[in-house]
Design a protein around this ligand. Sequence first.
Ligand SMILES: [Zn+2]
Length: 113
Amino acid sequence: MTRDVIIAYPNETCEVALERMMRAHIRHLPVVSAGHLAGFVSFRDLVLRDVAAKEGALQMMSSAVHLTGSAAGGIPPMWKCHSCGHLAHGEAPPDRCPACAARYDQFGLLKES
Ligand SMILES: [Zn+2]
């Protein structure tokens, strides 16, 4: 039985835990809170969380770009979802259609400003 158990703490970021798992070549990590086992996280759970967090960051960045464009006085171009017809303003199409969740590559430029 292993004495030096590799653990994670609830307040750690996904990135920190992922790096620890990769270094140790393990796919599951016990989470310890106040000296007690709180649960386990899997490599897959953390990768999915990490990807979701990065997608959120991308959306925040694209909305920031949109605001910058509007503040500069320009009218951002309009994008149309080819799946459901949803319209969206922005310098780039949204990552996902807010109406039908189609990917950005389902959007076509409707009008150049
Ligand atoms: Zn759509």
